[in-house]
Design a protein around this ligand. Structure first.
Ligand SMILES: [Zn+2]
Length: 458
């Protein structure tokens, strides 16, 4: 049996993965706060941990993958107010768009996708336990976790309590006993979502959601907890404190995995920097599989530099792979060498390099290599289409330059541009792509500018 080695943030080293129960591997990943489209930085954990689930499934009969949805948060309330729509309409719409993006990126659905608002009872129960065991206190309608009560606080992030206190900002909320204490429950205005609780009408803090939901679906102690690097502190640190104290256990999850940032011009991709690119916008010009490929080109723990060029290159690379698997169906086990790379802390760059080696051999006539590559595609979540469909819809630059000399009137071009706009509005990107391609075949190049599409002859 092969071993999977994973870098465990908790131990700060690469470790052999041994599940608690090999008949059911249990994994939790922090999902989105649903107030806006996801950007490329949010997409990275979705894709890399999707690959992790796929490789775990090659070794274990069952993997329970839970990824939550945070549908109660100040950001959601503020955005609904800005857009003058109801909070539930905003979260419903955002969740719908999130699912479309996830599917376009080729991600498998998690086994459970719990929403915070469906788990208020579990959250209240957990807070009650933390109060009764002395780890939490009530102050001015808030319930707070007292960080000094948990001796191992800082175990994940490696921060000492003294550092955290001296490093905290001067303006500390008056209701906190200690600047590091964090909110488990807070009062809610009448106009905002809230639930009755022993501490008055209010709503849960963000961290407690994940503790309550992971406990419900995965138990007090489970195998893997995953998320982005920025979640290590305070989110994951606080999850550990809450779960271990409420469940009276030593460990919440055995392995803690964190992916690195996506950067643009050396800066972290984030909404506050304004350099974020949403997946739904990228999908107007690229197919989801190219975005997925681009995200897997770097090792998941390293920062990933991202630009439009990255996607153009990714698309070309994918087209090379697609050409070499033309006519093959999945039939047999994935390539052993690709699996060895993936088992070694998800080394996707090496796995993709090996995929290109197999493609080269296949192009030189090795049927065996073409078959092995196709067999390995599922574990990476790429090459999911037939080669024919990829080139028809995938808009590969090199393959669509058989310029036909056909005349088309300006009126007909404008009609097609309108049709394409309608397709895009309905998020029917295949249809929109087909129209762009059809015009390209007629030597008409479309140029999308904010609010308008123009065209020129090539
Ligand atoms: Zn979480």
């Amino acid at each position: 049996m092969n071993n999977i080695n994973l870098y465990n943030t908790l131990e700060r080293k690469l470790m052999v993965f041994n599940p608690i129960d090999s008949s059911n591997v249990r994994m939790y990943a922090c999902g989105p706060t649903v107030y806006d489209y996801i950007h490329i930085g949010n997409a990275r954990p979705l894709v890399v941990f999707d690959v992790l689930v796929r490789i775990l499934r090659t070794l274990y009969p069952k993997v329970t993958y839970v990824r939550n949805i945070t549908d109660i948060d100040d950001k959601i309330n503020n955005r609904a107010l800005e857009k003058s729509i109801s909070i539930s309409d905003l979260t419903k719409e955002t969740i719908k768009n999130f699912h479309i993006d996830c599917k376009s990126l080729g991600n498998l659905k998690p086994d459970v996708e719990p929403k915070a608002t469906d788990h208020i009872d579990e959250i209240i129960d957990m807070i009650k336990k933390l109060i009764s065991s002395g780890f939490a206190y009530i102050s001015s309608g808030h319930v707070l976790f007292s960080v000094v009560k948990y001796k191992k606080y800082g175990v994940l992030s490696g921060r000492s309590l003294d550092d955290m206190i001296s490093g905290s900002r001067v303006e500390v909320a008056g209701y906190k006993q200690n600047p590091g204490d964090f909110v488990l429950w807070k009062p809610s205005l009448e106009s905002l979502p809230g639930w009755d609780s022993p501490w008055g009408r209010g709503r849960p803090g963000w961290h407690i959601e994940c503790s309550a939901m992971s406990k419900k679906y995965l138990g007090n102690q489970f195998d893997i907890h995953a998320g982005g690097l920025d979640l290590i502190f305070p989110h994951h640190e606080n999850e550990i404190a809450q779960s271990c104290c409420a469940n009276n256990s030593d460990v919440m999850a055995n392995f803690w995995l964190h992916n690195g940032y996506v950067t643009s011009d050396g800066e972290k991709m984030s909404k506050s920097l304004g350099n974020f690119t949403t997946i739904n916008k990228l999908l107007l010009d690229f197919d989801g599989e190219s975005i997925r490929y681009a995200l897997l080109q770097g090792h998941y723990r390293a920062p990933l530099s991202f630009s439009g060029k990255t996607l153009t290159e990714a698309k070309k690379s994918l087209s090379r792979l697609y050409r070499s698997v033309d006519g093959f169906e999945i039939n047999g086990d994935p390539d052993q060498e690709i699996m060895e790379y993936l088992y070694q802390d998800l080394n996707t760059p090496k796995a993709l390099a090996r995929a290109h080696y197999l493609a080269e051999q296949a192009n030189k006539g090795s049927k065996e290599c073409g078959q092995q590559l196709k067999n390995s595609s599922k574990v990476l979540g790429i090459l999911s289409l037939s080669t024919n469909i990829w080139f028809k819809y995938g808009k590969d630059v090199e393959d669509n330059n058989q310029n036909l000399d056909v005349n088309i009137s300006d009126g007909e071009i404008n009609k097609l541009i309108l049709k394409r706009k309608k397709a895009k509005d309905n998020r029917d990107f295949h249809e929109a792509d087909l129209i762009r391609e059809k015009l390209l075949e007629l030597n008409i190049i479309l140029e999308d500018k904010p609010g308008i599409t123009t065209w020129r002859k090539s």
